[in-house]
Design a protein around this ligand. Structure first.
Ligand code: NAD
Ligand code: TDX
Length: 345
């Protein structure tokens, strides 16, 4: 099996490449990554060089992408498309990069797969569905209408639409997955969970946007990737699969869990210092995401394995504690950027 993994030097992509190398001894992976600020060579550095090749290129570069996809000639070969600008906060400051990577990049990947008749799996997000009220009994299903809120989710929605059109109009053999919020090792420190963990590890206070009432549906990155592998193996071209692990928690709940696991702060309910700061809210902040993954579970026989969020967070905290070399070089830059807009409430 030969795979081209776009965005394979980022968080979910690198975890995916590591899983493939571990689980499939005959697999060869070519990572196509433009090595933006979100990529880290160290996430792949210990993998065998005869099985994992890193090609630094923009997936929107049609010639570079075409050349790599052309090499996928075997029946089990595929492109797994993770590459994207992925951070909502950045999309509010600089949306242009999101249009380029997420829409133009996906277009170039689709055209290469069309030209060479190569199987594609496109990795997308639950954010394309917009948000839910806190008390809404409904969750997102494959039939939920798209209603993206931010430049990030709008460009992911646009990419999904391109994939659907290329399936219908040109017969491209593509599947799509829309997954909820991931956490785990190798996640960039700009994101919620690693930001709080590394703030505490570097002697700074964690930062909660607004009241912390917003809800996210957390899934361990290993579970996201086991679902992607199952879709590659058994998924039906043209179909959309929702991936989630019933992990809904408010940001406040997650923050309290991290602080407690790391021995920071006291009880904020008793009027003491909670150990974290409430800061300026994100403009247009989506209230709640929630995935109904029943169809994926029933049709593909997939189940998430890491459903104990507390245990998953404990292991993730240990990973960041043990891998300071991986995140310390970029931490100050991320916090300097946040400091330009963030105010303690
Ligand atoms: P990430 O930001 O950690 O990694 C993205 C990677 O893509 C980086 O290595 C970056 O260098 C690369 N990249 C960006 N633009 C590129 C381009 N034009 N050409 C080639 N490479 C490019 O993101 P992530 O959290 O690992 O997310 C991966 C994918 O999963 C994205 O498509 C994202 O929308 C989706 N997703 C993420 C989550 C989540 O919670 N993180 C949830 C659901 C879906
Ligand atoms: O410091 C913070 N404090 C805080 O309260 C940060 C960085 C975030 N938050 C809040 C905002 C969100 O409600 O935490 C929640 C999670 O924030 P992010 O980690 O930025 O994730 P989110 O915006 O929910 O989007 C993520 O999930 C879906 C990924 O970044 C996307 O790539 C994915 O598609």
């Amino acid at each position: 099996m030969r795979l081209v993994v776009t965005g394979g030097a980022g968080f979910i992509g690198a975890n995916f490449v590591r899983t493939v190398v571990r689980q499939f001894p005959d697999a060869h992976v070519t990572v196509l990554d433009s090595m933006t600020y979100a990529a880290n060579r160290a996430s792949l550095a210990d993998l065998p060089s005869d099985r994992v090749e890193l090609v630094e290129a923009d997936c929107a570069d049609t010639a570079a992408t075409d050349q790599l996809v052309a090499g996928l000639t075997g029946p089990g070969d595929a492109v797994v498309h993770f590459a994207a600008e992925s951070h909502n906060d950045n999309s509010l400051a600089s949306p242009g990069a999101f249009v380029h990577s997420n829409i133009v990049g996906t277009y170039a990947v689709l055209e290469a797969c069309r030209r060479h008749d190569v199987r594609l799996h496109h990795v997308s997000t639950d954010e394309v569905y917009g948000d839910l009220q806190l008390d809404d009994p409904a969750k997102f299903t494959p039939d939920t209408a798209y209603n993206p809120s931010s430049p990030y989710s709008a460009t992911k929605a646009g990419a999904d639409m391109l994939v659907r059109a290329w399936v219908r109009s040109f017969g491209v053999r593509a599947t799509i997955s829309n997954c909820s919020n991931n956490y785990g090792p190798y996640q960039h420190v700009e994101k919620f969970i690693p930001r709080q963990i590394t703030n505490i590890l570097s002697g700074h206070r964690p930062r909660l946007y607004g009241s912390g009432a917003n809800v996210r549906d957390w899934i361990h990155v290993s579970d996201h990737n086991s679902a992607v592998l199952r879709i590659l193996e058994r998924g039906e071209p043209g179909r959309t699969y929702l991936i989630g692990a019933d992990g809904e928690r408010s940001n406040l709940q997650v923050m309290r869990m991290i602080c407690e696991l790391m021995g920071v702060g006291g009880s904020d309910t008793a009027g003491g210092d909670p150990g974290f700061d409430h800061v300026t809210d994100r403009p247009g902040h989506d209230l709640r995401y929630a995935i109904d993954s029943t169809a994926t579970r029933e049709e593909l026989g997939w189940q998430p394995q890491h459903t104990d969020l507390r245990e998953g967070l404990r292991q993730t905290i240990d990973w960041y504690r043990d891998n300071r070399d991986w995140w310390e070089p970029v931490k100050a830059r991320v916090e300097t950027r946040y400091a330009q807009t963030e105010r303690v409430l």
